[in-house]
Design a protein around this ligand. Structure first.
Ligand code: SF4
Ligand code: SF4
Length: 286
């Protein structure tokens, strides 16, 4: 029995947007990037029990006991008022789940899914849990056919990826900007470690998908198209998913940025396709 725990913001038993096929998607709480464009900004921080959200819950689903915030799932109406009130970009609804508890949820839906995707926040910020979860699934004769994927920002070190490699079937990574300064502006961090992770995973046949985010007037892929194309071509036959920025859920200045349309995405998609790079276009525009 593995009792290692993770702070989990959400479990979706059947997702068709978190990797191939129908998948159980596990969203871990906490992220080491600060993307202005994040659609789930309440998954970035960790709750410090400040209680600022408690009086604002319209359904009495939050209270304070012994200095800790308690969430009453039975009363919660998922109205998300508490998320808007949190100064930490956290949620009082995150739960501590053990590997065994997550595996039990996977077992219930296993006949209907093709795998599990761990996302976030940033999945790899809780690496020991991730390792234990994937190892447990791979060791179980009834669950080992399920593919184990991570949706990652790519900040994990090479040492971390090496640990994950034996139990990881694939990773989907984002490169939010080509230029380092622009990447810092959008995410708060350098992109050199992310580019290194992308190259390293491709070299080890674990890069399932590279993701680019088109933000109108604020993305630099076409400015640096030659370097970007050379970089992608060296990865081998890896599909590039182009995501279209939209403001749904976004906090801060990016709330006022323009959402991307097909006209914003097409120039990049066409440039990449001319170079015989496999492109996956946005499924929908909001
Ligand atoms: S989402 Fe938050 S504010 Fe809304 S009912 Fe649930 S705990 Fe209360
Ligand atoms: S979720 Fe946010 S507002 Fe609520 S207690 Fe935790 S840190 Fe404070």
């Amino acid at each position: 029995m593995n009792n290692r725990c993770a702070l989990v913001s959400k479990v979706i038993p059947f997702s068709c947007v978190d990797g191939p096929g129908s998948r159980l998607a596990l969203f871990l709480q906490g992220c080491n990037l600060r993307c202005k464009t994040c659609h789930n900004p309440w998954t970035i921080g960790r709750c410090n029990d400040c209680a600022a959200c408690v009086p604002h819950c319209p359904h009495d689903a939050l209270n304070i006991q012994a200095g800790r915030v308690w969430w009453d799932e039975a009363h919660c109406q998922q109205c998300d008022t508490c998320l808007q009130m949190c100064p930490q970009q956290a949620t009082p609804m995150a739960q501590r789940l053990s590997v065994e508890e997550v595996v039990a949820q996977v077992r219930k839906v296993s006949p209907f899914i093709s795998g599990i995707t761990v996302s976030g926040g940033e999945a790899t910020t809780q690496l020991p849990f991730l390792l234990a979860l994937f190892a447990t699934l791979k060791a179980d004769p009834l669950l080992r056919h399920l593919s184990c994927l991570v949706d990652s920002n790519g900040l994990l070190s090479e040492t971390g990826w090496q640990k994950l490699l034996p139990v990881l079937d694939g990773a989907m990574l984002d490169l939010k900007a080509w230029d380092n300064e622009h990447h810092r502006y959008l995410t708060g961090r350098d992109n050199a470690p992310i580019k290194h992770s992308i190259r390293w995973l491709a070299g080890h046949n674990r890069l399932s998908e590279l993701r680019l985010l088109v933000i109108p007037e604020r993305c630099d892929y076409l400015t640096h198209r030659r370097e970007l194309i050379a970089f992608i071509r060296r990865l081998g036959d890896v599909p590039v998913r182009i995501n279209a920025f939209h403001t749904h859920g976004v906090y801060g200045e990016a709330r006022h940025w323009r959402s991307a349309t097909a006209e914003d995405v097409e120039p990049l998609a066409e440039v990449l396709e001319r170079e015989r790079i496999r492109v996956i276009r946005p499924a929908l525009y909001l």
